[in-house]
Ligand binder design. Structure first.
Ligand code: THG
Length: 369
């Protein structure tokens, strides 16, 4: 693997948990929303095995919040997304595609409805704050839009319930998927949701301010001593197996939610007033001509995918791979790609051009069902 150090600077923001991450022996970072995001602790494969068998604490402070506060907050969120938010109640989280006026994806955040007039948009890696500020200003809405000092800490893995119960009490077991509760830690209210960027189960704690960051990190590490707790991070292998998309990698503003397989999170018909509605109604009617697919790639371990790898049928390019990793559990390389309609059926055999040369590949049903 080619490696080089990441030059630290104020532009690449540290998090309230960075001291804990360093003490736990972080081996590599990426940058996400201008902030450090760990990518490896022991090795990607060891981290993967451990995530699937035990419990990990993840510094995902880079999942920055855009806070909307004021009487027009709810109206503004509905302008942002083709998902119909009318059924959503305070205490719920929704995964919401955000699109521009052409129907192109700008972000795929989790919306957290704190109250009718107070929302957090927990964003993926794009500068959504400026888009939202521009819309609030242009529509003359009565709403404050800013990035609060809120840093999510995730607890993920099959033993997450036991670890969280040890710190926050058994009440965490009652939190349903994509719901949250307000729970106390050292006298301060914290939003605790059952959510997270893995399919191993777990929680996300939205830590307000930085002073309780390390105390919470340490309390979880302490409580998890007998549970094989370890620092971890979003794991490439697990998230590809699970079909969790990465904005900027697997999709960009060139893609509609339907191409991304996120059509199930769009109710464009009833999401009155949302930006991109006309464009999305057109593509929803016609159907996309290319779409995200699970791809398996034969042969031994592929390198990290840091550019598109063309997918070919003969010498015709019919798609591209955007994320790939060796999966010990599937005993093959798993990947996420965008494939043209003519070749997207499960079982279709293709060639993928990796930097190490061509490999046999095929379109799968999801790895995750
Ligand atoms: N949690 C929070 N903020 C985030 C992420 C997160 N911001 C950045 C990034 N992740 C946003 N992207 C995603 C992608 C997938 C999911 C959440 C955020 C996700 N998807 C589930 C799925 O597709 O199966 C569940 C969706 C649903 O059923 O509603 O969880 O992880 N706070």
């Amino acid at each position: 693997m080619r490696t080089a150090l990441l030059s630290p600077s104020r532009r690449v923001r540290r998090t309230p948990f960075s001291d804990g991450v360093e003490a736990a022996g972080v081996k590599a970072y990426t940058v996400y929303n201008h902030m450090l995001l760990p990518t490896v602790f022991r090795s990607v494969e060891e981290d993967y095995r451990h995530l699937k068998e035990a419990v990990q604490i993840w510094d995902v402070a880079c999942e920055r919040q855009v806070e909307l506060r004021g009487p027009d907050a709810g109206r503004l969120v509905q302008i942002l997304t083709p998902r119909d938010l009318r059924p959503m109640l305070p205490g719920q989280c929704y995964y919401i595609p955000i699109v521009d006026e052409t129907g192109g994806m700008l972000n795929d955040p989790v919306a957290v409805k704190l109250a009718e007039d107070r929302w957090w948009i927990s964003i993926a890696d794009s500068d959504l704050l400026y888009w939202i500020k521009g819309l609030a200003y242009g529509y003359r809405l009565d709403v404050l839009v800013d990035e609060p000092d809120v840093s999510p800490l995730a607890v993920q893995g099959p033993r997450a319930d036991d670890l969280m119960a040890a710190v926050f009490g058994d009440v965490v077991r009652d939190i349903r998927f994509f719901r949250f509760m307000h729970l106390d830690f050292e006298g301060r209210d914290m939003v605790v949701a059952r959510s997270g960027y893995s399919k191993q189960g777990g929680f996300e704690i939205y830590v307000e301010g930085e002073d309780l960051g390390m105390p919470l990190w340490n309390a979880l590490m302490e409580a998890g001593r007998g549970m094989d707790v370890h620092a971890g991070c979003p794991n490439l292998i697990e998230r590809v197996e699970s079909g969790l998309l990465s904005y900027g990698n697997d999709m960009t503003d060139d893609n509609t939610p339907h191409e991304c397989g996120l059509g199930r999170f769009c109710n464009t018909q009833t999401a009155i007033g949302c930006i991109g509605r006309d464009a999305l109604l057109r593509v929803a009617k016609e159907g996309p001509v290319k779409q995200i697919r699970a791809i398996s790639i034969d042969g031994d371990r592929v390198p990290l995918c840091d550019r598109f790898w063309p997918l070919r049928a003969g010498d015709k390019v019919v798609g591209r791979v955007s994320s790939a990793a060796w999966s010990p559990d599937f005993d093959t390389n798993v990947a996420i790609g965008m494939v043209r309609m003519t070749h997207w059926d499960a079982g279709t055999e293709l060639i993928v051009d990796t930097p190490e040369g061509p490999r046999q590949a095929r379109v799968n049903e999801t790895f995750w069902n």
